[in-house]
Design a protein around this ligand. Structure first.
Ligand SMILES: Nc1nc2c(ncn2[C@@H]2O[C@H](COP(=O)(O)OP(=O)(O)OP(=O)(O)O)[C@@H](O)[C@H]2O)c(=O)[nH]1
Ligand SMILES: [Mg+2]
Length: 267
């Protein structure tokens, strides 16, 4: 069985697989870091990350925290917002996508462009954990996301009712999901409203560094996939646009014919 997770069991045991470190991957990552030092032209790599999760999970708060902006009074995201950040030696574009049910349909329009994703969970809201499981299942099973690295943030840990990482893994069926879809995955606790985490820096940033390093370790392959999927998506969208145009043109033509047959004027 392939183990594609570095999930850390914190309270309960989750089988032997979870404890295995991805040694080869880390070696590749180290080698690629070393190559970057030797080759200055490759120093700043571009990465696109999607920030996904249910409405009210704390996605925008997280992005604001990463941008060192105020995390107070944040309105629900209608559509999406884009943030460009320089983190270490990476140029990171983040798409913070609105999580309300009527907006979730647009998420898939962004999958092709993503090198990886962050899934934010409101750990304090057990009443919506099944909905979060359905959402994360849909994301990881999508052919344009499967195989890409995913960071799961168990947010709102400042709330005393918050579920721990082990509970979130269980409720989201995360182990089965990441293994089935071959997604490298890590789960981290987070409180997006708190400016400093236990390691002295913003909690979201510490966690995000894992995602960036993981993408960096497989950047050439992931980037090739992004280019190919994005090109295919554009072609598909263009074909759909032409088809729509043709449908409208034929409908108009038909209306004109009917109008003429009835002896009326042409509109
Ligand atoms: N206590 C607590 N509240 C948080 C935390 N993170 C976010 N919130 C609050 O949760 C609410 C929703 O946060 P948002 O960042 O707007 O959530 P979102 O996921 O972007 O929601 P949509 O844009 O609707 O998809 C806000 O009132 C935040 O202040 C956290 O770590 N702890
Ligand atoms: Mg938002």
């Amino acid at each position: 069985m392939y183990i594609y997770t570095t999930l850390k069991p914190s309270r309960k045991s989750h089988g032997t697989g979870l404890k295995k470190a991805a040694v080869n991957r880390n070696m590749c990552s180290l080698m690629s870091n070393y190559c970057c030092l030797l080759c200055p032209c490759q120093v700043r790599k571009k990465m696109t990350i999607l920030i996904l999760g249910l409405d009210n999970a704390g996605k925008t708060t997280l992005v604001k925290g990463l941008q060192k902006e105020s995390t107070c009074d944040i309105a629900p995201t209608v559509g999406f917002s884009r943030a460009d950040l320089h983190i270490d030696r990476f140029d990171v574009t983040m798409f913070d996508l609105g999580g309300s049910p009527n907006i979730r349909a647009i998420w898939q329009n962004y999958y092709a462009d993503a090198h990886g994703a962050v899934f934010v969970v409101d750990s304090s809201d057990q009443s919506r954990i099944a909905e979060a499981r359905d959402a994360v299942t849909g994301i990881l099973m999508h052919p344009q996301i499967a195989g890409k690295p995913v960071l799961v943030l168990a947010n709102k840990q400042d709330n005393e009712r918050a579920l721990c990482e082990a509970d979130i893994i269980e409720h989201l069926s995360l182990e089965q999901l990441v293994n089935k879809n071959k997604c490298l995955c890590k789960i981290e606790k987070c409180s997006a409203v708190q400016v400093k985490g236990p390691k002295g820096e913003y909690c979201g940033l510490t966690s995000l560094r894992w995602l960036l390093a993981t993408i960096n370790g497989d950047h050439a392959k992931l980037h090739q996939r992004v280019l190919q999927d994005s090109a295919e998506q554009k072609q598909h969208q263009e074909a759909e646009r032409k088809e729509r145009y043709e449908r409208v043109r034929l409908a108009r033509l038909q209306r004109c014919k009917v109008g003429r047959a009835k002896g009326g004027g042409v509109y």
